[in-house]
Design a protein around this ligand. Structure first.
Ligand SMILES: [Zn+2]
Length: 466
């Protein structure tokens, strides 16, 4: 007992929470990274690690373990949402009790936070690592580098204003001191400041990721060594024979779609493939954002997890802000644009451009934590990925991108015990990703009953939140 307490104090919390190892027997293991499917495995988890994956027919059921019969079930690595904002100024009150459990309840055991309050996020990360709080693993950018809007304001909270190259260098240096994992770029930053930020980030050993700023070309972003590009930014502009007009801020959607040039596009896609510039197309949000004026029946069942403030203040304000621009383009044009988003993702994928799943939850209007990642995986399949390739975007690809393949992204001995157990095969229908029978995060098992309990607590928290 005393020894156990000492372990807990020392922060070896997996042992406090989960003294008994877990064995999932007779399960089909899917490893997207190697496109492998192995039937009838026994997977043993001890502490916060996977300690063995073996042929269930050849090994006896391990003793002194909690045995989960995985017959007829599928085990995949925990999912990562590579574009989230979990703490975004005052936009999401109550987020700690809503956003974090919704990720976990949906099998999202890791997130890349693409802009937020660094101190708050790092405090959460610490609590999660110590086992005090259940939530996903996090990599964190802290505040985003952005320029001012013409009205003199910053568009988003959790932003650092950057006007000059000197501002950019100071911002990167200050974020480095705060211990962030990477630098996130937003849309309003100038080309000079952008280049200075990229150079300083490289000097400080921090990856630079994010938007293709309005005044910058996709080609320039690739050449500056940006490692991920969000929301398919810059690609349609770069494929357009009128790219200059867009850089000067004189474009519109009709011009964009009417001036796409195959040769320009092929050479740009080739450049992205050569540089292995990761794409996080956030298709769930692209789709949602293009059709904000259209009722979406998918929202209704998730309403109970949405605090009134998010719906009536945050998302309303954001919608009101976007709507005038949106309504300039007829619905048919926006539908065409989204269809071309899917086609573009398919074309880039076939050309060898690497992809990751990201959603832009929670600022994306009704882009719900966790649930939206399942939508995104279905979007990839709609764009032409196989279900296995779609699973890669949220498992092995994030591991590759983050350089953490030794510890995550696969169901293998020695890896973190972050796993999702499914009742149905996601390879026959990617929507089976929703049929979760258990989530294991850092070795902690949450069975269906525990997950349902979490969801009920989220519902209560959403009602409570002001
Ligand atoms: Zn975002």
């Amino acid at each position: 007992m005393r020894l156990l307490a000492a372990f807990c104090l020392a922060g070896v919390t997996a042992f406090c929470q989960q003294p008994t190892p877990i064995a999932i027997t007779h399960v089909t293991v899917i490893n997207p990274g190697t496109s492998s499917i192995q039937a009838n495995r026994t997977v043993v988890i001890s502490g916060d690690r996977i300690t063995s994956v073996s042929d269930a027919a050849k090994v006896p059921s391990p003793k002194n373990t909690r045995v989960i019969d995985g017959t007829g079930q599928y085990l995949i690595p925990g999912l990562w949402d590579m574009h989230v904002h979990s703490v975004f100024g005052d936009w999401f009150p109550g987020g700690r009790d809503i956003i974090l459990p919704l990720f976990i309840a949906n099998g999202v055991t890791g997130v890349r936070d693409m802009g937020g309050d660094a101190a708050a996020l790092m405090a959460w990360r610490k609590e999660i690592a110590s086992g005090k709080l259940i939530g996903p693993r996090m990599v964190i950018s802290g505040p985003m580098l952005d320029g001012y809007l013409p009205n003199g304001n910053l568009r988003f909270p959790s932003s650092i204003p950057v006007k000059t190259p000197a501002d950019a260098i100071a911002a990167v240096d200050s974020l480095k001191k705060q211990g962030v994992d990477f630098i996130k770029i937003q849309s309003e930053i100038s080309l000079d400041a952008y280049r200075a930020a990229a150079a300083e980030a490289h000097k400080q050993g921090l990856p630079i990721v994010g938007h293709v700023p309005d005044k910058v070309r996709l080609r320039e972003v690739v050449e500056a060594g940006q490692t991920s590009v969000e929301h398919l930014m810059g690609i349609f502009e770069g494929c357009s024979t009128e790219e200059d007009k867009f850089i000067q801020g004189q474009g519109n959607l009709k011009l964009l779609l009417g001036t796409q040039d195959k040769q320009r596009c092929d050479s740009l896609i080739k450049l992205l493939a050569q540089h292995q510039t990761w794409q996080v197309p956030t298709l769930a949000w692209q789709r949602g954002g293009e059709f904000l004026d259209q009722p979406d029946p998918k929202r209704a069942p998730l309403d109970k997890y949405v605090p009134a403030y998010w719906r009536d203040v945050t998302w309303r304000r954001f919608t009101d802000e976007m709507m005038p621009d949106l309504l300039k383009d007829p619905l048919a044009l926006r539908q065409d644009y989204f269809a071309r988003n899917l086609k573009m993702v398919g074309a880039m994928h076939r050309a060898g451009v690497p992809f990751m799943a990201g959603t832009d939850t929670a600022p994306g209007v009704y882009i719900m934590p966790g649930f939206s990642l399942h939508d995104e995986l279905a979007n990839f399949v709609e764009a032409g990925f196989t279900p296995m390739e779609s699973l890669q975007t949220a498992t092995s690809n994030p591991a590759k991108f983050l350089g953490t393949q030794a510890s995550m992204g696969a169901v293998e001995s020695g890896k973190n015990a972050d796993l999702v157990l499914l009742n149905a095969n996601p390879l026959t229908d990617i929507r089976n990703i929703r049929k979760i029978s258990a989530v294991i995060v850092a070795g902690r098992l949450l069975d269906r009953a525990a997950l349902d309990q979490m969801l009920m607590q989220v519902e209560a928290a959403a009602k409570r939140a002001k």
